[in-house]
Design a binder for this molecule. Structure first.
Ligand code: SF4
Ligand code: SF4
Length: 342
């Protein structure tokens, strides 16, 4: 069984963490079943967020009676101290607990620091003194903010996207966290659904002993795959290396990572999914993308104002409106049966 210690927090858990974002989409009963099954199999790290609608509540129900045997991380997107404490109180209530193991700033645009005028970091310290939280963490999608958080020495954990499509700069962040004894929690280890080989995804993460991937699971079948890796952790082989190389080639260039930086869109377009629809259609079960609901979301691309906001905010330098258009054209062809997908 492979374990990971999250830097100075001392939190040591199985290398398979549970990402509780997707349980928003399933019933209370199914969510409780998944969480308890994960726990029974040896998974003891659960990550959620105040803004994952009812994810905290579902986790709270599922962890009733075993709270002291697991670690719970949640997040706040508060912009001032008042909001911070309101959100923390709500999270504690929903999670049915009186402390959070790791409380994280949720993808802030700038790295909160003492004396920056927001009062946010001071609120973290106060919450820690009061015993409401045990460790202070930060999540981010921006390299610059993540780097600043590491350099600041103010945070015990960083949560950042990290999968086998990672750039050298992403890998450098992981290494820097290790040097600074800071925990690294890997989100989007399946790149938001574009990586479909969980064995390869795990083998990649296994190369970094300070990284804890949190797998976002919604279906029991997916959970079962990760549970099987507790006893039999996949290792990097030539075959997996070749598969990763092929994926890196396919997913290079004009490839939307689904990070959502470019949002919100004034035309209400769900850019982070619509701009990579062609890949989602081909790399995951296409029926999930052809529902009436998704068709309506794709149709909104017709309302694009070409304001350029998204393009200017994309950290990958993508021409987002053009990418949306391209994906929409392809989507219409798939719907019309002119192009087949799996
Ligand atoms: S260019 Fe189009 S997709 Fe991009 S933000 Fe403006 S309206 Fe939204
Ligand atoms: S277009 Fe760029 S910013 Fe928007 S979701 Fe995709 S990768 Fe992220």
């Amino acid at each position: 069984m492979e374990q990971v210690t999250l830097g100075s927090t001392g939190i040591t858990v199985n290398k398979n963490g549970f990402g509780a974002l997707p349980i928003q989409r399933i019933t209370d009963e199914d969510a409780v079943h998944l969480v308890r099954k994960a726990y029974d199999a040896g998974i003891t790290f659960f990550d959620t967020a105040r803004f994952y609608t009812d994810s905290e509540e579902k986790l709270g129900i599922a962890l009733e009676g075993i709270r002291d045997k697991v670690f719970v991380a949640t997040k706040t997107a508060a912009s001032n101290a008042k909001e911070f404490f309101e959100q923390l109180e709500t999270s504690l209530h929903n999670l049915r607990t009186d402390y959070v193991d790791i409380y994280q700033f949720h993808n802030p645009a700038v790295c909160p620091k003492p004396g920056d005028g927001s009062g946010l970091y001071e609120a973290m310290l106060e919450a820690k003194e009061k015993g409401m939280i045990r460790h202070i963490g930060i999540t981010n999608h921006r390299l610059a903010v993540a780097d600043e958080a590491i350099e600041s020495g103010l945070y015990e954990t960083l949560q950042f996207p990290f999968c086998y499509l990672a750039s050298d700069q992403d890998i450098a962040l992981v290494e820097k966290c290790k040097e600074k004894n800071m925990g690294f929690i890997a989100m989007k280890a399946l790149s938001g659904g574009l990586i479909t080989n969980s064995r390869a995804a795990y083998a990649f993460e296994a190369q970094y002993d300070n990284v804890l991937p949190i797998w976002g699971v919604q279906r029991e079948k997916e959970l079962d795959e990760f549970i099987s890796y507790i006893e039999h952790p996949p290792v990097m082989t030539d075959e997996i290396k070749a598969l990763i190389e092929a994926d890196r080639r396919e997913l290079s260039g004009e490839f939307c990572r689904g990070c959502g930086y470019c949002m919100p869109c004034p035309a209400g377009i769900e850019i982070n999914n619509c701009a990579r629809m062609s890949l989602l259609l081909r790399r995951s079960p296409s029926e999930l993308q052809l529902t009436k609901e998704v068709q309506e979301k794709m149709k909104k691309i017709e309302n694009c104002l070409h304001c350029g906001h998204c393009k200017s905010k994309c950290p990958y330098g993508l021409d987002t409106p053009a990418l949306l258009e391209k994906n929409y054209e392809d989507y219409k062809r798939v719907l019309a049966g002119e192009v087949s997908v799996k």
